[in-house]
Design a protein around this ligand. Structure first.
Ligand code: BTN
Length: 246
């Protein structure tokens, strides 16, 4: 079971914290709490999720006690830089602070270490707030991540509570931070800049070279038809995400 005191010690802010041994999805639980009137900025975590949710309707494998599965109920950012971009930066900062490990960002907000995805982020709207869900693989589960060859783990020795506390701290801080400094950190950590990628456009696969991200966090790409800015969705490199980083 996660220890609330240790989380609060690392977090510094006095946030309400709810901990579960097991739940279906921390994002679902927090959305439900918000809809039933508990709109406080708060943190909800679990040791294990039975129906962890990923982006684009995917699931997120959340084995017992090997990862961080956390959701924050937050106000929306005051400017036009999406919460997901802020969250990617916040997790990189927190992981580096706690473990010394240097993560890279695959647009929009997948975080990689040694060519493996170790963290996924899912932001969802609820009422006029956002639920920010973060799944971070801390240790490799005994059976690995079946069917997800791109998944890896930090293999960090530090407590999950320290990671949860510092991630929450850095997320809250980025909500107050002006977007220029967040964007410059994000750009330094980007995996895709200069790479050839493919993406789907109106049901068709298109090729492009990545130029960077614009001031609203959109991916700027050069195609044969000219410059385009991608705002949502996902891009791939080569035939699989893994081959991208060899
Ligand atoms: C992705 O990689 O597609 C996003 C994964 C997000 C997973 C986290 S784990 C905590 C929170 N609860 C969920 O059900 N999903 C997010």
């Amino acid at each position: 079971m996660l220890n609330e005191e240790k989380i609060l010690e690392a977090l510094e802010y006095a946030l309400p914290v709810t901990l579960f041994d097991v739940t279906d999805s921390t994002n679902l639980r927090l959305k439900e709490m918000c809809r039933s009137g508990d709109t406080r900025v708060q943190l909800l975590c679990a040791d294990h999720q039975t129906a962890g949710r990923g982006r684009l309707g995917r699931s997120f494998l959340s084995p017992e006690k090997t990862g961080v599965y956390m959701s924050l109920l937050l106000p929306l950012p005051k400017d036009d830089l999406p919460l997901t971009i802020r969250a990617a930066v916040a997790v990189c900062r927190a992981v580096e602070e706690v473990t010394g490990k240097h993560l890279l960002i695959k647009w929009v907000n997948d975080l990689f270490l040694n060519r493996k995805k170790v963290c996924g982020i899912l932001a969802e709207g609820v009422e006029d707030m956002a639920v920010l869900g973060i799944g971070l693989n801390v240790k490799m589960p005994r059976g690995g991540f079946p069917g997800v060859p791109v998944a890896g783990a930090l293999e960090a020795e530090e407590d999950r509570e320290a990671l949860i506390g510092r991630i929450s701290f850095h997320v809250l801080k980025t909500l107050e931070e002006e977007k220029g400094s967040i964007l410059s950190f994000y750009r330094e950590r980007m995996l895709l800049t200069g790479k050839e990628i493919t993406f789907m456009h109106s049901g068709q696969e298109k090729n492009a070279r990545v130029v960077g991200v614009d001031d609203k966090g959109g991916l700027v790409v050069q195609t044969a038809q000219g410059m385009e800015i991608l705002r949502t969705g996902e891009v791939s490199i080569g035939s699989s995400q893994v081959s991208a980083f060899e």
